[in-house]
Design a protein around this ligand. Structure first.
Ligand code: AMP
Length: 444
């Protein structure tokens, strides 16, 4: 997130003393570009469509005006923030909690994968702010006695382009039907598609569009590379590059859950501290994986696109696209996991013979041709035998996990994350030493 160097303060934007202090305590010295644009408009009570790149401080851009309005007119069930992913919901709550701590704001997260009864009890306490994924919120609107959003004053959609797309259409329409039309609405998104033109469904009133970056821009401190490799050599080059970049924090995006899990197992067999994160895992496992990565207990996070949007993980040094994302805009979201909060970061995209066309669409969207990431073929191919062995063990391990989950009947595949943690006896057999990452060495 790029901090501006000029002297505009939160106070200049109209933010009240208590909240200025909260920003200061969070280390937010000055408003970011999107905050400067959006806050004064939002404080006037206008509807907003905000286009801001990932890591721009957009949560503060809608969070501060919502909190200020709440302080001025205290009321329970005051604001609803809709997000497409559960992780993003927790992340937004964290920022509301941090900003609203001194003024006693009660904020709850209502997402799938968590206990409905506990959530019903939380809603029974009538919090000021609800951060929710659409599906679970609709469940509560339909089933939880006494819970209504009839008095709601603010509706925010984060990652609005995704919330408003087909996946959530039914749920969002149900929600829009039961909340008052007389309210403030703010839509924020890193990428706005024509689908956001569907936003008239959201009954915006004369919305003001705030835009701080040109469309589809990636942050300036991000170095982007690509590498052409045969599909069958992807794992070899992955291990080669991970060895090269040393002990840095890396997110590797894979196209499918299978490939995420398999690659994680393969890397662990070679002694890397890798952890998978994908949609089928239970919510607690997903949060657990994310936390281990955030706390640096694991340096490599393997993820499907479930992790590509909106997640605020500080200090990700590298994003590796092991598979080219099918939707070009997912590329922007994926690489947006690094080079956050003004730091530098690198993205490397693996392009196989089958992915050239999809990749070219990304370059078109970005309007640049990416440099090739420098590698030495002979050095990479030396790893072939070991990587293949590790992959073979990974496959066996996956078969074992599948069998185990089959035996346990009800147990979902996603729960196997624990098993993957504990069952790395195989790793010892193929000697991890040679592949242990070189501490802190970075050839880039
Ligand atoms: P977001 O784009 O909302 O996900 O925010 C990205 C990161 O920027 C979060 O860790 C925020 O805590 C941080 N942040 C938001 N606003 C500011 C600010 N004005 N100054 C410094 N950091 C900020």
């Amino acid at each position: 997130m790029e901090e501006e160097v000029d002297s505009v303060t939160f106070k200049d934007l109209g933010i009240i003393e208590e909240l200025c202090l909260a920003c200061k305590q969070l280390g937010w010295k000055a408003p970011t570009a999107i905050q400067k644009e959006a806050i004064p408009i939002a404080l006037k009570g206008k509807d907003i469509i905000g286009l801001a790149e990932t890591g721009s401080g957009k949560t503060g851009a809608f969070g501060l005006p919502v909190l200020q309005a709440l302080i001025e007119r205290p009321q329970r069930l005051f604001a609803l923030v809709l997000t497409p992913t559960r992780e993003l919901a927790f992340q937004i709550k964290e920022q509301f909690d941090a900003l609203g701590k001194a003024i006693g704001v009660a904020c709850v997260v209502i997402v799938g994968g968590m206990d409905m009864n506990q959530q019903a009890m939380d809603l029974g306490k009538r919090p000021h702010i609800i951060v929710a994924t659409p599906g679970r919120l609709v469940d509560h609107l339909e089933k939880t006695k006494g819970f209504t959003l009839k008095a709601l004053k603010y509706l925010v959609m984060d990652e609005a382009d995704r919330i408003l797309n087909m996946d959530f259409e039914v749920e969002v329409d149900k929600i829009l039907k039961v909340i008052p039309r007389d309210r403030c609405t703010m839509l924020f998104s890193a990428t706005m598609t024509s689908k956001v033109n569907k936003l008239q469904r959201a009954h915006l009133k004369d919305p003001v569009k705030v835009e701080v970056s040109s469309k589809y821009q990636t942050v300036s401190k991000l170095k982007q590379h690509m590498i052409f490799i045969p599909c069958k050599h992807k794992h070899i080059y992955l291990v080669y590059i991970l060895n090269e970049i040393g002990n840095q924090s890396v997110i590797i995006f894979c196209g499918t859950q299978q490939s995420t899990l398999k690659t994680a197992l393969m890397l662990r067999n070679l002694g890397f501290t890798a952890i998978p994160l994908y949609g089928k895992m239970t919510q607690n496992k997903r949060l657990g994986a994310l936390n281990k990565f955030k706390m640096k207990e694991r340096s490599i996070l393997l993820a499907t696109d479930v992790a590509s949007r909106g997640l605020d993980i500080p200090c990700v040094d590298y994003v590796i696209n092991f598979d080219v994302p099918m939707h070009s805009k997912d590329y922007i979201h994926r690489v947006g996991r690094t080079a956050r909060a003004g730091r530098a970061g690198q993205a490397i995209t693996f392009v196989s013979q089958y992915e050239v066309e999809v990749y070219q669409r990304i370059e078109q969207l970005l309007g640049v041709t990416l440099d090739v990431y420098p590698t030495v073929k002979e050095e990479a191919l030396v790893l072939e035998e070991r990587v293949e062995e590790a992959s073979r063990f990974a496959k066996m391990e996956m078969a074992r996990l599948e069998e185990k989950s089959g035996k346990k009947g009800k147990r979902k595949r996603g729960n196997d994350e624990d098993d993957t943690e504990e069952s790395f006896g195989v790793r010892k057999r193929i000697g991890k030493k040679k592949f242990k990452k070189k501490g802190g060495r970075n050839t880039k």
